[in-house]
Design a protein around this ligand. Sequence first.
Ligand SMILES: [Zn+2]
Length: 81
Amino acid sequence: MPRENATNKAHRLLAEGRLRVVRVGDESRPGLIVAECRGDSGEAYHLGYDPGKKQWRCGCVEMRGKCSHLIALQLVVVRDA
Ligand SMILES: [Zn+2]
């Protein structure tokens, strides 16, 4: 079986219902996105988009870069990601 890449894993996370969008931007924080994603070992990662810093963040990564959790979130909330 081929190794699962981050995009494949993102689709699997969505199919398995692991991603939950907790909050989206309102008048006070337009563009804000807050979500939770459950990883393979049951741990919950907090992720989202910070419109102030214009940055996507996920609790599983310290440096910038896209993990499967962020890819899954962007598949849901970003047009033409
Ligand atoms: Zn992540």
